[in-house]
Design a protein around this ligand. Structure first.
Ligand SMILES: [Fe+2]
Length: 290
């Protein structure tokens, strides 16, 4: 593991062991701790399943991480879209997600989840205007997620720090100028779920509102970055300001993520501080509930 900048920031740090008590673990996440956890049998099974899917869709003629150089953009979008739909909707992947929750001590009976999403960060993808929203600094909560939302991120292969994303830890408690006020959940899902998850419309990045930072960070502080091995799991508050790094590694980066909300915490108004989230609606309504 490699990280830098963690020392400067109170309460926001990277830790490698979750408190055994789940309420304490959730509280630590809300306070800004980023947990990077060793692979477990549950994450390893999920990674193996998803890699098999990737191999079947993208493996013809060479390594999956170089498929972007073998397929046309349209073909790649169609193939990735098929996988995204399966991962998001199929009961077997919901069950696999439940196993990951359990392996981290989270009780499936009191946590709702927004299912698995496959992330595909192409080599030089940041130069494609259609993909621009992927690289916005943002908080996941700006998408009408509750303040208690926890993001779970799983590496599908080993990744160097340049192939992942960074946190701006100082901004968990500091507002930034952003356009989350324009985000209305009802409007977001009106066009169907394909838009939300990204399996239908290759032009969505240009046309839809993806909340992001406006004007850039004048004083970003010390970003927190990380590398990861396949099957490692990151857990962090959806309220953290974070940003995908431009990938110029020569290969595509694939990863998985999903979101959870503890329903008791949501009802009690517990969660990370809200310093600047003005999105409207409640995405948790459409999470998969216990
Ligand atoms: Fe995010």
């Amino acid at each position: 593991m490699h990280l830098w900048g963690a020392k400067a920031v109170t309460n926001v740090r990277l830790e490698t062991a979750l408190p055994a008590d789940n309420a304490a673990a959730r509280r630590a996440v809300y306070e800004g701790v980023v947990f990077q956890l060793e692979p477990t049998p549950a994450t390893q099974r999920l990674v193996a399943d998803v890699l098999a899917l990737l191999e079947a869709e993208l493996g013809a003629g060479g390594p999956i991480r170089e498929a972007q150089f073998r397929f046309s953009a349209e073909e790649l979008f169609a193939r990735v879209g098929r996988m995204r739909k399966r991962l998001y909707t199929e009961p077997r992947f919901h069950a696999a997600l439940g196993d990951v929750l359990a392996s981290a001590g989270f009780d499936r009976r009191v946590n709702a989840f927004d299912p698995l999403r496959l992330r595909v960060v192409a080599h030089e993808g940041h130069t494609n205007p259609k993909a621009a929203p992927v690289y916005y600094a943002h908080r996941d909560t700006w998408y009408a997620n509750p303040q208690c939302q926890i993001t779970w991120w799983i590496a599908l292969h080993d990744v160097a720090p340049e192939e992942t994303f960074v946190f701006f830890p100082e901004f968990l408690r500091r507002p930034v100028e952003n356009d989350s006020a324009r985000f209305d959940y009802e409007e977001w899902v009106r066009g169907g779920w394909g838009r939300k998850i990204g399996w239908q419309d290759p032009n969505a990045g240009r046309e839809l509102l993806y909340p992001g930072l406006r004007g850039g960070l004048t004083d970003p502080g010390e970003p927190l970055s990380f590398s990861a091995r396949a099957g490692e799991l990151l857990l962090f508050a959806g309220a953290h300001l974070h940003q995908t790094r431009p990938n110029v590694s020569g290969r595509t980066r694939f990863s998985l993520d999903f979101r959870t909300a503890h329903l008791g915490d949501d009802a009690a108004g517990l969660g990370a501080p809200n310093v600047d989230n003005r999105s409207r609606g409640a995405a948790v309504r459409d999470y998969v509930h216990p």
